[in-house]
Design a protein around this ligand. Sequence first.
Ligand SMILES: [Zn+2]
Length: 74
Amino acid sequence: MTDVFDRATETEEALRADALEEQARRSGLRGKTFSDSATLCLVCDEPIPMERRKAVPGVQTCVECQTMLEGGLK
Ligand SMILES: [Zn+2]
């Protein structure tokens, strides 16, 4: 029986985590997550590396464009 309970708890926790993440994403009150990151750069349409998307949750541009935007709007 313990196994059944453990498995049920795991599933429940996973579902709860998903629900919380979804809620956070909708409310916009919490920090962005990796899944909020764009797969393609908004500026140049180049694919944004997975590592960057994970490192910068919610990122919308590639390194080159980010650097350009930050440096070019002074
Ligand atoms: Zn770019």
